[in-house]
Design a protein around this ligand. Structure first.
Ligand code: AMP
Ligand code: GLY
Length: 435
């Protein structure tokens, strides 16, 4: 019997909780989270309502409940050293210690690690702690640049020239805002191509790769609007993506493996948990956009909904450093996941309105909701996701679109995610870029 504690209770953690409770390995599930998600709580024997920055309280709770294994969903507790504190109390986590979670926490650190693996995977870039030479570097990049806040911003700290920044002066204003707030930032060359996510299970020695997924960061259809945590994702039944060759996939897999190794070498701490590489295929080859130290959200819903191998068995093999002996398999199905988000998201989201949906639907994943008795109210961040699964992407998209429309409230979603039209236009665009 294993006592498993899940940290967090968004849609990603619903996906994790369902996989743990479906395991053949007998277990009791616990959750710690600031809000009670009814889809997680219905699977738990106990639910601890607590902010996730209360590291000591979470460790005390885990000790009290004799937890064998903790699975950490979001990035903030990783950055705060929750895994270090649990480890000191003798409790194992599927999640990295803060020294190596820095691959997500600091974009400057991530770029340094990638340089040590393969310099060609990085764009041109410079770190800034003041704004004195910002305009010079923007000029050097020919005004094709990206400004990235160097810290955790839930995917919303990146502004791109021509999309969010109309002139170098607007870029300078954003840079000044960051400095005034006590932060630092990177300016990077603006890369052009198609993005994809590759997540790998890591036990400190071995990486086992998951199917590739494409996320949609922009808020609005046609990839317009501000960056978000991710509006939706799709994956193909062959576990690749139609604009990528086999060689691109193995290059991305190799990069995750090198990054895991280099993190260990550089910090003395092995990377244990889920390593998420965010890549872009460009005319100059595969480049790294970012690294995360956890399951992607929504990517987790795509891959976990088709994971064939027992998830808890994988987690225990990560704990025992025996991942190399586990055959990690996924169903040959395509998936499309769409998020319904509050009107105004991400900048000024409405909140507090009633959300209507079928909580028992296994393809529906509740995210930022507050439950009041039988009622659900929107918390303000992404509200709920719906996954369509089928052999063919067209059918998966149809199921996802129909499912997400059933969620009622002051919400919107991107109808274009996973459609044949959008995917074909991506393939065509990639062909044009590659020449
Ligand atoms: P990040 O939080 O680093 O993943 O950035 C959010 C989004 O900004 C990415 O998914 C990309 O769409 C975009 N982005 C980040 N860095 C670059 C870059 N160097 N060139 C072009 N787009 C970028
Ligand atoms: N979907 C992007 C992320 O989880 O950061």
């Amino acid at each position: 019997m294993k006592n498993v504690l899940i940290v967090g209770s968004g849609a990603r953690e619903v996906a994790i909780a369902r996989k743990v409770s479906d395991s053949k390995i007998e277990n009791s599930l616990f959750c710690v989270s600031p809000d009670s998600n009814p889809q997680v709580s219905s699977l738990c024997v106990d639910y601890f309502i607590s902010p996730l920055d209360q590291v000591e309280k979470i460790v005390s709770y885990a000790s009290l409940k004799r937890i064998d294994l903790v699975i950490v969903g979001p990035e903030n507790p990783l950055a705060l050293g929750l895994v270090n504190a649990l480890d000191a109390a003798g409790i194992f986590s599927v999640g990295p210690k803060k020294e190596v979670a820095l691959i997500e926490t600091s974009k400057a650190f991530a770029r340094k690690i990638i340089d040590l693996c393969d310099k060609n995977k990085n764009p041109k870039r410079k770190e800034f702690h003041n704004t004195s030479s910002v305009l010079d570097f923007i000029n050097e990049l020919g005004e094709n640049y990206v400004i990235k806040y160097d810290g955790l911003m839930g995917g919303k700290g990146v502004k791109i020239s021509g999309e969010h920044l109309a002139s170098p002066e607007e870029g300078l204003d954003y840079a000044n805002d960051i400095i005034r707030g006590g932060g630092s930032f990177l300016i990077e060359e603006k890369l052009v191509g198609e993005e994809f996510s590759l997540m790998s299970f890591c036990d400190g020695k071995t990486c086992k790769h998951m199917p590739l997924v494409q996320d949609h960061k922009r808020a609005f259809e046609g990839d317009r609007g501000p960056n978000t945590g991710g509006m939706g994702t799709y994956s193909f039944s062959d576990h690749g993506l139609p604009f990528l060759k086999e060689s691109h996939i193995s290059e991305a897999q190799k990069t995750n493996e090198l990054v895991a190794k280099e993190l260990h070498k550089n910090t003395g701490t092995p990377f244990v948990g889920i390593l998420y590489g965010g890549f872009m295929l460009t005319r100059q080859g595969i480049k790294v956009i970012e690294y995360n130290a956890r399951f992607g959200d929504p990517e987790a819903m795509n891959v976990l909904s088709i994971l064939k191998t027992d998830f808890l068995e994988i987690c225990l093999s990560i704990m025992n450093e025996s991942l190399s002996g586990v055959d990690v398999q996924f169903d040959s199905l395509s998936t499309v996941c769409k998020y319904a988000v509050p009107l105004g998201y991400p900048n000024k989201p409405e909140k507090g309105f009633l959300v209507g949906c079928d909580v028992d639907n296994k393809n529906l994943y509740l995210a930022s909701v507050k439950s009041e008795g039988k009622e659900l109210r929107a918390g303000g961040s992404r509200t709920a996701a719906y996954v369509g699964k089928s052999q063919h992407i067209k059918e998966a998209e149809k199921l996802s679109e129909e499912g997400i429309r059933e969620v009622s409230g002051n919400l919107f979603h991107r109808k274009d995610i996973g459609t044949e039209e959008l995917i074909e236009s991506r393939v065509k665009r990639m062909q044009e870029i590659l020449g």
